[in-house]
Design a binder for this molecule. Structure first.
Ligand code: HEM
Length: 548
């Protein structure tokens, strides 16, 4: 299962010389071509960070290092807003909370939906008539909220906000995952691969809670693993020419998933009992109101599958990993979770976890979740500049951003900045305790917002520092759903089980992160981890249940 194979960046043996010569020739050629690609610079723009390889140097580094490239640039240059040029294009990188906030404020000129349109065309393969429908008023050009994208945004914001529909959805996903958990280690210790187990069972439970029992993940055993192949190929699929040739694995996975989702639509799987309000509303909007075909609606639904699981699944894995790799933190969080379990009546094996209490009264547990997201969930936020615009940060600094460029908020860099203290690079489960307590005091009956601004140890708000759920207009509408489902799954492990590594008896050791970190979603583990899982003493026969 070791993923880190290959030559570690060196061409083997005698090929090394040819490799170096080829690189030198390519660099020379590119330097001759550079004038053709020169990007005219306006003195009002942020500083340009150049690359030693002209034209495509930054692109090569992104391909080689993923989102870690931005961390390298931060170490080297300490710039909080700067420009990278690739070919004739510009990417502005905002790497401080102050600039993140300024970018979010200029949402009219720095557009989210233009990025969505590109994805719908190039990744989710919407046909021309559907693109026409989606493009209509996509950025509120006519001053109203009419049009598929804006109406969808508003619909998701309301159906996923704390309330009855969200409770139904959370109840449904937690109930879906219960049978798998209740089967675990029932007849004594059991070996599992922890990442595989969580990925497989949590994905299927999430998709079933949203799309009902006749969904493709439930009906076809190849769909869940293929989804992750598709997910891993997202970027190359969106950029590479001839994806069927150059991104073959991702291309085939995408095709199979589209076909399976089309089958779901053709069989009216969305009409079955157990389908969430969210899916019903999407059918009503896309098909009934705007006339999408079943095929195009199916492709669009796959984009929602990304929203639903590509971040929650790895977050649940890392949260469980962080908790179990520190026995003291495990003991403290266990105490909090134990207080959310119903008291058994004699002879009863059923124990009920109160999911609402998990969110409102387990401050260390919810702090650990946000800390997990700070470290593993530095999801970078991208916008397209629709017109020349001047952005100004809270310190009064201003820069010009040019039309047609991209802007990226480097959440992964912001999440490692000095503002987090000298332990910024380490996991500190208590880091968000001030937040959790403060929210509990001020909003005792409401559900704490997992996207609330970070408060430092003195309780001072540091706006736009915690970016895992984005911010501003496009803050993640699924964050409350995500918080409850992740806490619910992790609580079952904490309350009911002990975990040790097969290769590290008596303790659990986390696997490393993937070598090439994506900037699109929460980081995945670099390899799976074989664990021995057994029932916690005193909970051997427990059948778990949930109440909201
Ligand atoms: C740990 C879990 C999650 C993380 C870290 C996460 C992260 C994010 C981030 C960073 C954004 C903002 C993107 C941007 O501004 O460019 C976003 C938006 C979005 N998320 Fe999530 N998300 C999570 C879970 C979910 C879930 C469970 C759903 C749905 C069931 C969901 C649905 C969406 C949607 C639809 C948007 C687009 C919002 C819009 O149109 O303005 N997310 N998410």
């Amino acid at each position: 299962m070791e993923p880190f194979t290959g030559t570690g960046g060196h061409a083997p043996g005698g090929n090394a010389l040819y490799y170096c010569i080829a690189l030198a020739v390519a660099a020379l050629l590119l330097s001759y071509l550079q004038p053709l690609f020169s990007v005219p610079k306006d003195g009002r723009e942020p500083p340009v960070l150049s690359s030693s390889i002209p034209i495509v140097g930054h692109l090569i580094q992104f391909i080689r290092k993923g989102s870690d490239y931005l961390v390298d640039l931060e170490r080297q240059y300490h710039q909080s807003l700067y420009v990278l040029t690739v070919g004739k294009g510009r990417i502005y990188i905002a790497a401080s909370p102050e600039w993140a906030q300024a970018i979010h404020k200029s949402y009219r000129s720095l557009q989210f939906n233009t990025i969505v349109l590109n994805a719908m065309k190039n990744i989710f393969l919407m046909d021309e008539p559907s693109m026409k429908l989606i493009e209509h008023n996509s950025n509120g050009e006519d001053g109203t909220r009419n049009g598929i994208l804006l109406e969808m945004h508003d619909m998701l914001g309301s159906v996923l906000a704390p309330g009855r529909h969200l409770d139904d959805l959370n109840h449904s996903i937690l109930n879906e995952v219960l049978p798998d958990v209740n089967k675990l280690a029932r007849n004594g210790p059991q070996h599992i691969q922890l990442w595989w187990w969580i990925r497989h069972h949590f994905s299927i439970a999430s998709i079933t809670a949203i799309w009902g029992p006749k969904n493709p993940f439930m009906l076809h055993s190849d769909i869940e693993p293929l989804f992750w192949d598709f997910e891993a190929a997202m970027l190359p699929l969106s950029m590479a020419p001839l994806p069927w040739l150059f991104v073959r694995k991702g291309h085939l996975a995408r095709k199979r998933i589209f076909d399976a989702w089309e089958e779901y639509m053709q069989n009216s799987g969305y009409d079955e009992p157990g389908v969430s309000q969210l899916v019903k509303n999407r059918v009503a909007l896309n098909m009934e109101k705007y006339g999408f075909t079943k095929r195009m609606h199916a492709y669009g639904e796959v984009s929602m599958v990304f929203g639903a699981i590509s971040n929650t699944v790895p977050t649940a894995f890392w949260l469980i990993s962080y908790i179990f790799s520190d026995p003291n933190i495990l003991a403290e969080i266990r105490q909090e979770v134990d207080a959310c379990i119903s008291t058994p009546t004699s002879g009863e094996t059923k124990r009920i976890l109160n999911a609402t209490k998990l969110r409102t009264s387990c401050h260390l547990f919810t702090s650990a979740l946000r800390e997990t997201l700070r470290i593993a969930g530095g999801v970078n936020i991208t916008r397209q500049v629709s017109e020349d615009v001047t952005v100004t940060n809270s310190a009064g600094e201003s820069y010009l951003l040019k039309k047609d460029a991209m802007v990226q908020i480097a959440s992964n860099v912001i999440h490692q900045r000095e503002l987090w203290g000298s332990d910024a690079h380490e996991f500190n489960a208590r880091r968000f305790m001030q937040n959790e307590k403060q929210q509990a005091d001020s909003t005792s009956t409401k559900i704490p917002d997992p996207a609330a601004p970070y408060r430092d140890a003195q309780g001072k708000v540091v706006s736009a520092a915690f970016r895992s759920f984005g911010g501003g207009n496009n803050v993640c509408p699924g964050r409350h759903f995500a918080q409850t489902e992740i806490l619910g799954l992790a609580a079952l492990f904490v309350a009911g089980f002990e975990i040790e590594g097969v290769r590290t008896p008596g303790r659990y050791q986390m696997p490393p992160t993937e070598a090439l970190k994506s900037s699109l979603a929460v980081i995945k583990p670099g390899r799976d981890v074989d664990v021995k899982i057994r029932r916690r003493a005193g909970f051997e026969d427990v059948e778990w249940g949930f109440k909201m």
